[in-house]
Design a protein around this ligand. Sequence first.
Ligand code: BYC
Length: 318
Amino acid sequence: MDTMTTTETRPEVDPGDLFQAIIDAEQKIEPRDWMPDDYRKTLIRQIAQHAHSEIIGMQPEGNWISRAPTLHRKAILMAKVQDEAGHGLYLYSAAETLGITRDEMMELLHAGKHKYSSIFNYPTLSWADMGTIGWLVDGAAITNQVMLQRASYGPYSRAMVRICKEESFHQRQGFDILLTMMGGSETQREMVQDSVDRWWWPSLMMFGPNDSESTHTEQSMSWKIKRVSNDDLRQQFIDMTVEQSKVLGVTLPDPDLQWNEKRGHYDFGEIDWDEFWAVVEGNGPMNRERIENKSRAWDEGAWVRKAVLAHAAKESSQ
Ligand code: BYC
């Protein structure tokens, strides 16, 4: 047989097999690769939620920029809030690679159809809250995000590398605010304790429901989007934070917190899951105000977006 005239056919590779092989080999799925519909949907849901959290998360701290106690603290807080805007932008860009537009994500958020982290629905009542948000909220965020640097979707995982670097600075600056206040007056120490009392439990809720109640963990872990379960991350955070609370000299508001020699972890009390779900469903102390502010800023910025797009169109037509 004349091999030169044989029509060669490449062996058919099933796209699902190729997808799985990439996941198994610890490589990254990239935007143009074939992926199961549910993998795409899960990523859009999680990345958009994450981006929205960064943007809504600017509000509780933005509330204190004009009241920071010194110019130095004000400059740091402004930089931190700007970092959060930046994180939101990398994450919206990562979500856009999956076939959803930024405008669509905004509409879904404003209509209450996209979620954002429960933690940002609590009010910031004192300057100590700026320290506690850095220490506990950024501390919980980074505990979760370190594993997301290894997420199987390339654009998400790369965005997380940069975000984690900035979050670790945020956590340190929060701890520094609290350490300074704890070395101050009795009133300042009381402010810190009151703030820790209010933020401790909501910070634990950031990790999501218990594994037995989590709808997405098993599938997300098998796709290597999530690498560690909600409960395991929560435990990691508690073990780390209890030690830090001793350095600060604050009491964590949980009488059941106790080192368990056998488990090699701290035992802790029951989270108020009714409160968690109420906040997730839109009925927390600040849900309404956060979304109203966000929608208003979006509407008021419409002329800026229009002007930028008109300028870009003009540039490209020249
Ligand atoms: N709040 O099956 P599950 C920051 C929802 S911001 C609200 O366990 P999953 C910062 C969940 O969406 C950092 N909703 O879900 C910014 C699901 O509902 P849907 C924010 C929550 O996705 C400014 C249902 O409950 N970090 O760093 O496997 C200043 C069942 O949950 C929450 C991220 O976004 C919650 N806490 O796991 C300072 C990290 N928990 O969607 C700091 C990225 C759960 O089916 N996200 N729900 O309607 C994740 O790692 C995961 O999405 C979660 C949840 C661990 C949060």
